[in-house]
Design a protein around this ligand. Sequence first.
Ligand SMILES: [Zn+2]
Length: 424
Amino acid sequence: MHLLIKGGRVIDPAYGVDECLDICIENGIIKQLGRDLDIPGAQILDASGLTAAPGLVDMHVHLREPGFEAKETVSTGCAAAAKGGVTTLVAMPNTRPAADGPDIIRLVREKAAPTGVNVLPAGAVTAGQKGQALTDFTALKAAGVPALTDDGVPIQNLALLRQALLQARALGLPLLDHCEDRDMVQNYAVNEGTVSEQLGLPGRPAIAEELQIMRDVMLAEETGAHVHICHISTGKGVDIVRQAKARGVHVTCETCPQYFTLTQDEVLSQGTMARVNPPLRTQVDVEAIRTGLIDGTIDAIVTDHAPHTAEEKAKPLPDAPSGMVGLETSLALALTGLYHSGLLPLGRVISLMSASPAALLRLDKGTLGTGRDADIVLFDPDAEWVVDKNQFVSKGRNTPFHGRTVRGKVKYTISQGNIIYQEG
Ligand SMILES: [Zn+2]
């Protein structure tokens, strides 16, 4: 069975491809890229006017199952991923029970299998994400985890973290860290600054993130382990990573559309919808995140897709849970904020959302090379639309981007040769 994608602009950053080509897919694998391909009997997909890129790789997603199915399930989360052009995602382990052993990893993978989205659950670093005893990294790796993380509850015991890094290094697994010193941020709702003052609330200071990034960089340098900084949000944090990379430390980092698009002021108009950890910061930080994306300090754009129920987000700001959904808006927000604004060429935005995260996780994904899995997103980079949370297929409606006009729309998502999303 052949599928022939005809007439699209093919962008494959891994091989430096950016030209109008046809893509021939056979049995879920990319067979050939070429001009004016003619394959008798093939199913034709007309991609004229569209861009064909590697299926997006989102290395930071909360699918919530098992344990929090009112927020999201593996099935609804994967539907949202497909709609957003994401064909591979890393699921965070803060479920109930936590993904701290091979059984939960296998459960999530089994639930994801029918969706067609390649779900790779990350393994918890500590049992129950309690920060006390390390999990069995060898068993987790055997179950297929691409990385280890206690995202959401960062490890504060440095002796334990150092042990974790030494073991992770021996197994070739990166450790993904949510950098915020827990004592400094408590359960506070917003960035420490003008907005927290205006609201009369204690804030989460930027230094809480920067100190932990510095700590992690030093431990990465000393242990030789690969530390990946999650959802970086502060300018000084980007500076620390830039300097560490320059001296050869194995550190990488990611950011999210909210951190290069929004500031803390959003909390004043959007309330709990703009509550996220780390918090939205200042315009200076937004500019620094953009600079970090431009100069290559930041390796990946992820969503930190964090669905919550309407009831939870209806609580007062100090009590509501943190997080926002992102899978159905990330490509459009990245194209709008980085490409259409003239900051980055289209190929670089694509790379940050596919080839680059795939490479840092050592996944055989994120490229349209022949012989690789036919994971492809077809999108109209110029199509203008208005974000409408009521149209989301995610259970989560918690977004501060509702009503925002964006450019760039996913038309088809193909995973291993199967069309898993088609607009309309
Ligand atoms: Zn996090």
